[in-house]
Design a protein around this ligand. Structure first.
Ligand code: FAD
Length: 314
C-alpha cells in the first residue's frame, strides 16, 4: 500500500511544532503534526509569560494550538510517538506508534520539522518529583514572580548553580543553594553569593519535608532540616531525538540539533524548531516564535527561493 504523502510533517506538538504548523497551513501547505502529547510543562498548573495567555493551563494552551491548526482543511494533528525518520525516494518516511488510542503513522513527507523538545532528569532527591511544578520549578523567569520574597532553595547537581542563584536574587533575598554534595560552586562564586546573603549548603540531601500540598524544608543526610517553602531545581536536559538517529544530522556536544538561523539542519529537507536546538530549555513564547521562523524558511525553500546556507550555523 502506498504511504500517504504530506508536504510537511511536524514531529512534536508543543508550542514550537504547533506554531510551525499553523504558519505552514496558512501558507497552504498540507501538514501533519505527529505529537506524543507529553507536554514538558505538564507538571505545572499555570503557564506564565505567554503574551495574552499569562496564567493559562499548559494543556489548554496546546489544545487551543491544535484547534487552530485543525481549523484549516490542510492541517491535521495526530497523537503518535515517532519511532523513525529515514530518507525515502520523495523525501522522508516517518513511522510513529499511535498513543491514546490513535492509529499508527506511516507517511511520506517532502519536509520534516523536528520540534520534540527535551526530557528532564531531576536531581536525585526522593520526593522532588512530587513537588515539581507546585513548590519547585525549573524556569526562573517563568515562576520567580509567584515565589518572590519567600525562603527559597535552589537544588542542583551541575556547575552553573551560582549563575542561577544570582539570577534568583532578583526575586528573593532569602536563598540557599543546595548542591546535594554533587553540584559545583567555586570558592569565588561562594564569596560573591555570600556578599548577596546567599548561602551554599554542600551536604547531601536526604529528602524534602512536607506533604504534597506544602513544602516546609529540606532535610539533609545528617538529619538537619533547613526551613524552605519552595524553590527551583536545575534539571539535566536531554533532547528527545532517538527517532532521527538514522539521519545524518549535525549536533552539538549535548546532542541538540545544529541549524542555521532559520532552523535548517545540516540535512536539506529537515528543519528543527524550539528546544530541539541549542541552547535547549527556554520559554513557551520563544519556542512558538522559533516555530514561526522555521515555517517561513520551509515555505520559501519549498517554493525554491534562494537559500543562503552560509547563514551562521549556531
Ligand atoms: C515544569 C515546567 C514549567 C514550565 N513553565 C513555563 C511557563 O510558565 N512559561 C513558559 O514560558 N515556559 C515554561 N516552561 C518551559 C516550556 O514548557 C518550554 O519552553 C516549551 O514547552 C518548549 O516548547 P517546545 O515546543 O520546544 O517543546 P515541548 O513543549 O517539550 O513539546 C515537545 C513535544 O514533542 C513531543 N515529542 C517528544 N518526542 C516525540 C516523538 N518521538 N514523537 C512525537 N512527539 C514527540 C512531546 O510529547 C511534546 O508534546 C516550563 C517547563 C517546565 C518543565
Amino acid at each position: 500500500m502506498t504511504a500517504e504523502t504530506f508536504e510537511v510533517v511536524v514531529i512534536g506538538g508543543g508550542p514550537a511544532g504547533l506554531s510551525a504548523a499553523l504558519n505552514l497551513v496558512r501558507a497552504r501547505r498540507r501538514v501533519l503534526v505527529v505529537d506524543a502529547n507529553r507536554p514538558r510543562n505538564a507538571a505545572t498548573l499555570k503557564a506564565r509569560g505567554f503574551l495574552t495567555r499569562d496564567g493559562i493551563s499548559p494543556l489548554e494552551l496546546r489544545k487551543l494550538g491544535r484547534e487552530e491548526v485543525e481549523a484549516y482543511p490542510n492541517g491535521e494533528v495526530t497523537f503518535a510517538h515517532a519511532q523513525s525518520v529515514v530518507v525515502a525516494p520523495n523525501g522522508f518516511r516517518i513511522r510513529a506508534s499511535g498513543v491514546r488510542g490513535a492509529a499508527d503513522v506511516d507517511v511520506i513527507a517532502q519536509v520534516v520539522v523536528i520540534a520534540t523538545g527535551v526530557s528532564e532528569t531531576l536531581p536525585a532527591v526522593p520526593s522532588i518529583r512530587a513537588h515539581y511544578g507546585t513548590h519547585l520549578h525549573s524556569c526562573i523567569e517563568c515562576d520567580g514572580y509567584e515565589k518572590a520574597d519567600t525562603p527559597l532553595a535552589l537544588i542542583g547537581e551541575t556547575n552553573d548553580l551560582a549563575e542561577r542563584a544570582l539570577l534568583l536574587t532578583q526575586w528573593t533575598s532569602d536563598l540557599i543553594v543546595f548542591t546535594n554534595a554533587v553540584g559545583t560552586v567555586t570558592d569565588d562564586e561562594e564569596r560573591t553569593l555570600a556578599r548577596l546573603g546567599v548561602r551554599v549548603e554542600r551536604r547531601a540531601i536526604d529528602d524534602l519535608v512536607g506533604e504534597r500540598a506544602t513544602l516546609t524544608g529540606v532535610r539533609l543526610i545528617d538529619g538537619t532540616v533547613i526551613d524552605r517553602v519552595g524553590g527551583f531545581v536545575r534539571p539535566e536536559w536531554t533532547p528527545s531525538l532517538a527517532f532521527v538517529d538514522g539521519l545524518d544530522l549535525d549536533r552539538d556536544e549535548d546532542g541538540f540539533l545544529l541549524t542555521d538561523a532559520n532552523g535548517r539542519t545540516s540535512l536539506p529537507g529537515v528543519y528543527a524548531a524550539g528546544e530541539s536546538t541549542p541552547p535547549g530549555p527556554q520559554q513557551l513564547i520563544v519556542a512558538a516564535g522559533s516555530g514561526a521562523v522555521v515555517a517561513a524558511a520551509v515555505n520559501r525553500d519549498l517554493i525554491g527561493l534562494t537559500v543562503d546556507r552560509s547563514d551562521p550555523v549556531l
